[in-house]
Design a protein around this ligand. Structure first.
Ligand code: KE4
Length: 427
């Protein structure tokens, strides 16, 4: 089996669409997904032997790049001691202490195996603590595929243009209220109408799943005040933004403290690990201390914990880590903007920390409505052109691209050069 096409044919015989997660299927950009065989630093190699500069980074976890030697060493050592016990280990406590350094508001937490589990558990906890049924989320935000959160979702749901999601009973969807991101009046109105029934607001404090969209000044503080006044919880879903811009998250940069935070991706160092946590008095409601049940066979898995610990310790131990990473990202973004200007291609490039999205939109993208004005055909042409030049971007206009510590100035220069050549063909 030497081609991606042959691999896809075999995969399609056993997996829906040949993939284990929809966004991998290249549905929005055409062509066959790449079947990867190796990652090293900022690069991935597919089974046809082609190597690409990787800005997908497994959709966010790989802030150190592929196969980071310290992470591989920690994972191998952990595996040799036994891959799972179904019993507590000291390393889980060490990881939680490391996370609390970055997110002090996470006084107590629970390790789980995916971002979906983290957000699903957080909203169950919010409903359990408040005794209220309603959840507020934002149009185009994606929090994983739990029933209550697959309403007006972003990421793959937006990419595939899926209206809603069959299988989510109306009775469940009805308990999720959806408002536009960055629209103060809309969220004020929903609290005026439903305030006493709202258990929580869950938000990507910087959105990544409609493409990158940052909050307007003061917006998050408004959400904090609204929820506090109404007795609802504020949940920051920082699965994607956590550790992407600093050794912490948007909560730290914006000075807004949520009641609960969800983390994933970077915190697991590329293995299946995610977290939800917050104020001790809220987490005290989680079983076995409290009555809100949540569990997991592989929660706090020692091998995943080792990957997460190695990653966070490597980042925290290097004072130059974020200044370098942010400088590399800004150099890349400025270069892409300059290349588009040179060939008069209308783009709006939104960025946060080491994540960014090139919107082929004529107007500034501040919410899902404006994100959807982007020309997805132009995006697909850009994606394919860059792929042909050996640059692997996320295969969707409604996703974020990720820079890692493994990306060098030469990689950035190459990427900008490739973009200039592709933009020239797109005039
Ligand atoms: P997972 O269940 O995929 O680990 O995490 C769900 C999730 C929760 N919250 C945020 C903010 C997220 O971005 C995600 C997952 N992100 C997508 C890509 N945007 C994962 C890629 C995929 O679905 O294959």
């Amino acid at each position: 089996m030497t081609t991606n096409r042959q691999a896809l044919e075999a995969a399609t015989r056993v997996f829906p669409g040949g993939v284990n997660s929809p966004v991998r299927a290249f549905g929005a950009v055409g062509g066959d997904p790449l079947f990867m065989v190796r990652g090293a630093g900022a690069r991935v190699t597919d089974l046809e032997g082609k190597t690409y500069l990787d800005y997908v980074g497994s959709w966010g976890p790989l802030i150190l790049g592929h196969a980071d030697p310290d992470v591989v060493k920690a994972v191998s050592a952990a595996a040799e001691r036994g891959t799972t016990f179904g019993a507590p280990t000291l390393a889980e406590t060490e990881l939680a202490e490391e996370i609390r350094e970055a997110f002090p508001a996470m006084e107590k937490m629970r390790l789980v195996s995916s971002g979906t589990e983290a957000t699903m558990s957080a909203i169950r906890l919010a409903r359990g603590v408040t005794g209220r049924p309603l959840i507020v989320k934002f149009d185009g935000c994606y929090h994983g595929h739990a029933d209550s959160l697959l309403v007006a979702a972003g990421s793959g749901v937006a990419t595939l243009g899926l209206p809603g999601c069959p299988g989510v009973p109306e009775s469940i969807a009805a308990n999720t209220l959806v408002v536009p991101f960055n629209d103060r009046k809309a969220v004020e109105k929903v609290f005026e109408t439903h305030g006493t029934k709202i258990a929580a607001v869950i938000v990507e404090p910087v959105c990544g799943n409609m493409g990158v969209v940052t909050p307007l000044k003061g917006y998050l503080a408004d959400l904090r005040k609204l929820t506090r006044d109404a007795g609802a919880l504020l949940i920051f879903d920082e699965v994607m933004t956590g550790f992407r811009a600093c050794f912490g998250g948007v909560s730290q940069l914006e000075g807004v403290t949520p009641d609960l935070t969800c983390l994933g991706k970077v915190v697991g160092g590329g293995l299946p690990l995610a977290v939800y946590g917050g104020k001790a008095k809220i987490m005290a409601h989680v079983a076995p201390e409290g009555k809100v049940y949540q569990a997991g066979t592989l929660s706090g898995n020692p091998v995943a914990v080792a990957a997460g610990l190695a990653t966070l310790r490597k980042i925290r131990g290097n004072p130059a880590f974020y200044p370098t990473l942010l400088k590399t990202t800004e150099k890349l973004c400025a270069g892409l903007e300059e290349a588009a200007r040179k060939y008069r291609i209308a783009i709006h490039l939104n960025r946060f920390g080491s994540m960014f999205t090139v919107f082929f939109a004529k107007e500034t993208v501040i919410d899902f409505k404006t994100a959807k004005t982007a020309d997805t055909r132009m995006f697909a042409r850009f994606f394919r052109g860059m792929l042909e030049k050996g640059v692997y971007l996320p295969p969707s206009q409604f996703e974020a691209a990720f820079v890692s510590a493994a990306h060098t100035d030469e990689d950035v220069a190459y990427t900008i050069g490739a973009a200039q050549q592709v933009f020239e063909t797109m005039r």
